[in-house]
Design a protein around this ligand. Sequence first.
Ligand SMILES: [Zn+2]
Length: 167
Amino acid sequence: MGKKAIKGLWGVVNNPVSLINVFLVAAVIYLSCVVTGVKGTSGPITLLSTTVMEPGNFTLTSEQSGDWRTVRMRVTAYCPCQKCCGKHAKGITASGYKIHRGDTLVAADKKYSFGTEMVIPGYNSGRPVKVLDRGSAIYGNRLDVLFDSHEQALKWGVRDIYVKVRY
Ligand SMILES: [Zn+2]
C-alpha cells in the first residue's frame, strides 16, 4: 500500500458515514474469509475468528447453536376454532403458517421471533416446539400452546411452569 492510499484511507476514517462503510466492507471481507476458509490474513481478524469459535462461550445442545434459558411462563392453550381464534378463523397463524391436524406450535410475545424453539413441560412430549403464532392476550411471559380440539385446550387449562427457550 503506497503513501497515497494511506492518505485516502485517513480521509475515509475522518468521515463517519464512510467509516460505517469501511466497517461493512471489513465485515463482508471477514465473512467471506470464514466461508472460503482463508486464514490468517491479519492479526485482528484471526483473533475475532478465534473468539467466535471459542467452544466454552456457549453450550451446544443439538444441531443449532444457542443457549437454552429457563423462563417461568403462564401457559394457556388454544385450538383453531372460532372460539379461540375469532369469527374469521381460517387456521392460519400470524407467521403465515397454515395449521394442520396434529401440529404442535406455540404463540408467544413479539420478543420471541418466529421459529424460536421452546420446550414446554407437558406439551409435545417435552420435545421442542416453534413459536409460529401471536395472540392479543399473549404478551410478556405468556404463551398459548396449540391443540387439535377445543376440549384438549380446555383440559390444559392455565399452567405456571418453567419453559426452556433457545436463544
Ligand atoms: Zn378452540
